[in-house]
Design a protein around this ligand. Structure first.
Ligand code: AHN
Ligand code: ZN
Length: 328
């Protein structure tokens, strides 16, 4: 049995690497688009958007801080000229708690048929269940890197798009209730798929029936100093050409020390459901220290604003900005 699974994996990898060798076409596209002006990503502006989210407090469903932050996110995106859709829903958490949640969807260039989807989660986790101190396990995670960083980068990209639209359509989705997954201390009945609840809801009921995009890019924990972004497993499995395109762009921009070539483990994150349920090939740019463990303050009470380094926001922002403005 195990042997068959292993053989199956080897076979799949062979297919994927064959698919990866067809990269010459995308090289041609990149050369053609060299004369495109790519607006410059402002790291201080992105940082200020991270800090602003933190000022609201914990962004936990069913709280007023969460509602207030949502209102601000919607008005930010509207002020950038996007068509903003608020997808309100009541979700059921790992223990059956009803969660009043909101996905925030911002369409730029809504009439363009070729679209790219950029996404991040905007909620923060109610339980610091990975904190070294067990007394903190039921306290909330501030979520500076885990949540606010990806949103900060996307809000800065939205600001850039308000001045100059890329050729393709871009949808920014800020998903809710990503981080309400089963806490490690929970002893009740087991439930599957308790993470990324907002994404699962959207994949079943997209904001436009039949919605699709050419590909998707998820930003998760993209703000800490000296990050490592290895090639996360589901990203290489479902979207190898997107992954290579983005990592090549990062190398072009001089960021190959951070966007590293190592293969990393599978992370059950928002992109998993965008791939498997919505069928949009999507990658996860995620800080993984040694290929398996998250950024050091992940799900601790110390995931605070002082961990955010504008130069990390800048490298990720610049890579994604180059990708969308060079897309034809
Ligand atoms: C799991 O821990 C299974 N998924 C976590 C994905 C995540 C949480 N990303 C940010 N916070
Ligand atoms: Zn988290």
């Amino acid at each position: 049995m195990m042997r068959n699974i292993l053989l199956g994996l080897l076979f799949t990898q062979t297919i994927l690497s064959c698919a990866g060798s067809g990269e010459k076409k995308s090289v041609t596209v990149a050369v053609k688009s060299e004369n495109v002006t790519v607006p410059s990503f402002n790291a201080d502006s992105a940082y200020s958007y991270v800090a602003k989210q933190m000022d609201f407090g914990f962004r936990i469903p069913n709280t007023k801080e969460h509602q207030q932050c949502a209102q601000w996110l919607v008005s930010q995106l509207q002020s950038r000229g996007a068509n903003v859709i608020e997808q309100d829903m009541v979700l059921s958490a790992y223990d059956g708690t009803p969660l009043n949640a909101k996905n925030i969807i911002a369409e730029f260039n809504p009439q363009a048929s070729k679209r790219v989807l950029l996404f991040a989660h905007w909620d923060s986790r109610p339980f610091a269940d990975h904190d070294p101190n067990p007394d903190n396990h039921r306290k909330p995670v501030p979520g500076a890197n885990d949540g606010a960083s990806g949103v900060g980068v996307l809000l800065e990209i939205a600001r850039l798009m308000s001045k100059q639209l890329p050729d393709v359509g871009v949808d920014i989705i800020l998903f809710d209730a990503e981080d309400y997954g089963t806490p490690e201390f929970y002893k009740g009945p087991h439930k599957e798929n308790t993470w990324a609840l907002g994404t699962q809801y959207w994949a079943r009921r997209p904001h436009r029936p039949g919605y699709s995009a050419k590909y998707g890019i998820l930003l998760d924990m993209v703000g800490a100093s000296n990050p490592k972004f290895p090639k996360e497993y589901f990203s290489s499995y479902f979207a190898p050409s997107v992954l290579n395109k983005v990592w090549n762009e990062a190398a072009n921009l001089g960021y190959s020390d951070y966007f590293i070539n190592n293969e990393a483990g599978a992370i059950n994150d928002d992109h998993y459901y965008v791939n498997t349920m919505a069928g949009i090939p999507s990658i996860d740019i995620i800080h993984l220290e040694d290929g398996t463990s998250f950024y050091p303050y992940w799900h601790t009470v110390d995931d605070t604003i002082d961990k955010i380094d504008p130069s990390t926001l800048k490298m990720v922002g610049e890579v994604v900005t180059n990708i969308i403005y060079k897309e034809k």
